[in-house]
Ligand binder design. Structure first.
Ligand SMILES: Nc1ncnc2c1ncn2[C@@H]1O[C@H](COP(=O)(O)OP(=O)(O)O)[C@@H](O)[C@H]1O
Ligand SMILES: [Mg+2]
Length: 338
């Protein structure tokens, strides 16, 4: 069902993004590394998981938020190895090799080559939320260089951070080619179609003014629309909307808190976000508004803050305008007065 919550597994439950689907599936056996990037709740994990479930080759799925560092990562490679060759289970096992998160021993290199040799055709390593894994760039660069038959499909929501993992200047992965697959919010028309189809699939007749209202209040990110659709099957429109916004605000506030907790200049970031919560703005206007409260803020810092916020997916830039990427952020920031 289109309105099922959680990460989708079946193509028939996954709406649209046909180009991205074809871009990935058409290159699985050609590219070494495919990166799916986009903001939270756009459907990266779902796209990746639909494709993962269609694949017949040996494969592993790694959730970057669940593993601490590259040492645990190696256990997944062992899983892949045991799919590739039943006899591999008899090996001593890579995870018993005493590896620091970064230094890769000669033994590891040898084992990796063995695994790669054992793969008859092709194997796949899927890594979701790749930017969460400490030291992944060095590990990935190593695997990239030392395997022939493994393709890595990765996704991440902190867009700039993902860029850094994959190709930041001077980073471990720099200079290595990969296919970038971008996911953008649905157009208003597609978002409407998503809701219409989801309700039709569930056999529920929903008036178009409700659908319009949902699009106006929730925007066009599949995540919020799915949640709304799911709730609307069971309760009244106004209640469903209220609940999505209530829960959505909690979710985005946690994401912002998490982001701010590791930053200096928290106040400035928050000010910029608040400034943007009243609508899109050009750089100069943001700077002027910020200066009203923060007389000493240097111009160069404002640009830097904006680019960090873009990197983490909170802000996007369209033409010369900066705006919040997710309407739920507007809802949260305009209601959270401090
Ligand atoms: N194209 C889509 N069709 C149907 N449901 C979707 C689609 N994209 C996302 N969803 C739903 O939206 C929510 C967020 O999707 P998810 O794949 O977790 O996004 P991301 O990994 O980008 O944060 C999930 O409930 C998922 O089922
Ligand atoms: Mg995800």
């Amino acid at each position: 069902m289109l309105f099922d919550l959680g990460v989708k597994k079946k193509k028939s439950d996954f709406f649209n993004y046909e180009n991205q689907y074809l871009q990935v599936t058409g290159n699985l056996y050609k590219e070494k590394l495919i990166a799916i990037v986009g903001i939270r709740r756009i459907g990266k994990s779902s796209l990746m998981s639909v494709i993962y479930h269609e694949l017949k080759d040996p494969k592993v799925w790694i959730d970057g938020r669940r593993i601490q560092d590259t040492r645990e990562f190696i256990m997944y490679l062992e899983d892949l190895a045991s799919q590739v060759s039943l006899s591999y289970k008899a090996f001593k096992g890579l995870s018993s090799v005493g590896l620091g998160p970064v230094t890769l021993s000669f033994k590891f290199q040898k084992e990796l080559e063995d695994i790669d040799d054992m793969i008859k055709d092709h194997a796949f390593v899927f890594i979701d939320e790749i930017q969460s894994i400490k030291g992944i760039d060095k590990m990935l660069a190593y695997l990239y260089d030392h395997t022939q038959r493994i393709t890595f499909v990765v996704a991440g929501s902190e867009i700039g951070v993902v860029d850094e993992v994959l190709g930041g200047k001077g980073g471990a992965m720099s200079g290595r080619l990969y296919l970038n697959v971008d996911m953008k919010p649905l157009s208003r028309e597609s978002a409407r179609e998503f809701l219409v189809r989801g309700f039709a699939e569930a056999g529920k007749d929903i008036p178009s003014y409700e659908i319009n209202d949902a699009l106006t209040k929730l925007g066009t990110l599949p995540g919020w629309l799915t949640y709304y659709g799911n709730l609307r099957l069971r309760e009244k429109h106004s209640l469903a909307i209220r609940r999505v916004i209530k829960d959505g605000k909690v979710i985005v506030s946690e994401e912002i808190d998490h982001f701010l907790s590791s930053r200096r200049n928290r106040k400035r970031y928050l000010r910029i976000l608040r400034i943007l919560s009243s609508g899109k703005k050009e750089w100069q206007e943001i700077y002027n508004l910020l200066k009203l409260k923060d007389k000493k803020v240097p111009k160069s810092r404002v640009s830097e803050f904006l680019s960090v916020l873009q990197g983490f997916g909170f802000v996007s830039k369209i033409d010369s305008f900066y705006q919040l990427s997710d309407p739920m952020l507007n809802q949260f920031l305009s209601s959270a007065k401090k």
